[in-house]
Write a protein that binds this ligand. Structure first.
Ligand SMILES: [Zn+2]
Length: 289
């Protein structure tokens, strides 16, 4: 059984949030065994500012995974950072943030992987918390999640994630990937995949007060069948790899490592959250080991 990890020292990174456009500085600090990932809003001083990275704290899942604590203090767009924690096996970390949203940086998890590596992954004595899936749990979307099909967790050895996406634009088309979490695999195969968006939706997002920090520096932008970024893609299947990255981040909100098989077609943050809640709602479907 593998052990929990924290980081050896502190490290920081700064940048604007993709939705709020507001700058924030993220500082990661070591945390004790069993603490988990805890966000702390250092710009909030009049209320409890800690927000544990747990599925029960997720409040909205529109265009990103956002969490709120009992005092009404929120942190937005946590998934790319959490994916880096999951991918490097960092269980316990304090993530201080002096603004409402995590920096989007280059739109992938790579800068967060570098941040955690800079701080140094450090082994702890306690065994890892593992959420073992004991029977299949499947969810289908509530209304309003256009294109989303299903997401399922089933029993399996290790943690394997299979994702299919299907978009009408020829820039994406149908893409699928199956990935098993092993040491080093996340940084090599997933972390660098950037978020993506459609040029025709930008105005609509701005009208909703979203996507205010989005640019081609942090988003692969698609218009019709074309990719507008001058540098193009890092890989033809960068899109499905980013979906995989989001799934890894969202599922880390279980509060431990998953032992099981995740399969989904057209998943999104809402569906991933719905899936974890469905698992926890049925005591026969999981065991903590
Ligand atoms: Zn994402």
């Amino acid at each position: 059984m593998s052990h929990q990890n924290t980081i050896a020292s502190s490290a920081s990174v700064s940048g604007a949030g993709v939705h709020t456009g507001k700058p924030a500085r993220l500082t990661v600090r070591p945390a004790g065994e069993g603490v988990g990932v805890v966000f702390v809003r250092t710009d909030v001083t009049d209320r409890a500012a800690e927000i544990p990275a747990l599925v029960t704290k997720v409040t909205t899942t529109e265009l990103g995974t956002n969490m709120t604590n009992e005092a009404g203090v929120s942190v937005a767009t946590v998934e790319h950072f959490l994916a880096a924690c999951a991918g490097l096996g960092v269980d316990n970390v304090i993530a201080e943030l002096d603004g409402p949203e995590l920096p989007i940086l280059d739109g992938s998890s790579r800068p967060f992987v570098e941040l955690l590596e800079q701080a140094g992954v450090k082994a702890q004595a306690a065994p890892k918390r593992v959420l073992k899936i004991l029977k299949p749990v499947e969810v289908r979307p509530a209304q309003g999640q256009g294109g989303v099909k299903f997401a399922r967790l089933s029993p399996g050895k290790g943690f394997t994630i299979s994702v299919v996406i299907d978009f009408t634009t020829k820039a994406i088309g149908r893409q699928e990937i199956s990935f098993t979490m092993t040491p080093g695999a996340f940084a090599r195969d997933v972390a660098w995949a950037r978020t993506f968006g459609f040029a025709h939706q930008a105005e609509q997002l701005h009208a909703m007060g979203k996507g205010l920090g989005a640019s081609m520096d942090n988003t692969v932008v698609i218009e019709g069948d074309k990719i507008l970024n001058p540098g193009g893609l890092q890989a033809q299947d960068e899109f499905v790899r980013h979906k995989l990255l989001d799934v890894i981040g969202d599922l880390f909100l279980a509060g431990g490592t998953i032992e099981g098989l995740y399969e989904a077609e057209q998943p999104g943050h809402a569906l991933n959250n719905q899936l974890l809640r469905a698992v926890f709602a049925d005591a026969a479907s999981f065991a903590w080991t």
